[in-house]
Ligand binder design. Sequence first.
Ligand code: FPP
Length: 249
Amino acid sequence: MQSNLQGKTSPTPLHVGIIMDGNGRWGERRGLTRTEGHHAGVDAVRRVMMAAPGLNIDTLTMFAFSSDNWKRPKPEVDGMMKLIEHYMAMEAQPFADAGVRLTVIGRRDRLPRSTVAAIEKIEAITASGTMLNARLAIDYSGRHALLAAAARAFWNGPVTADSLSQALATGSGYRDIDLLIRTSGEQRLSDFLLWESAYAELWFTRTLWPDFTGEELADAVQAFRNRNRRFGGLPGVAPSAAPQLQVTT
Ligand code: FPP
């Protein structure tokens, strides 16, 4: 497992997770449809991805479609899938040019074939990007990811924190979340990156996602830098032991 152990003082690049919430309300407040709110949300995704490398964020994982979102009305779900496909097609070359590597985490077996094809295409086109590891969570459930990883880890030998993290790793590797942001005033995890967020610093804002800017991302990172991350230890005291989590069956 990797994590940013110092928080306040370390120049270690950060892994930031974002639960992008409030698209629907943003649309409704303007007399627009919820789907139009999602379209406006894409502009905020672009702003945040462009701002991230300058804030020493090297990995950004953003919740674009939760496994729970299948419960939404079909027109909204269909609209989101089409939007994701359009986004993948439009952003592939600009991302490749900007050195952004885009990968997708989550299940692919329930996505429309055209969505999977769009995902595979952007992943291939942006594979060599080194400026930013951008990950979109689509049909993602933290609980499902944990169950699948636990089963894989079990078949490979003793289940430890490291072996579970290994089993959770995707094509873009494994990283603990350093800073977890949620917009729109809600303060919940909603099944996002449960294992990876075990020591995440949480930051909430009332801003609806389509209004979120690079400046607000910078505020969140600044707040993170001022936090004192102790991981259960004491400030200034070297840990006497680092017990390895392990279960025996
Ligand atoms: C929550 O808003 C947001 C989502 C369910 C998905 C986030 C999706 C996007 C930002 C657009 C798609 C992204 C890409 C990269 C193609 P909500 O609908 O729950 O809003 P509400 O809480 O106001 O109802």
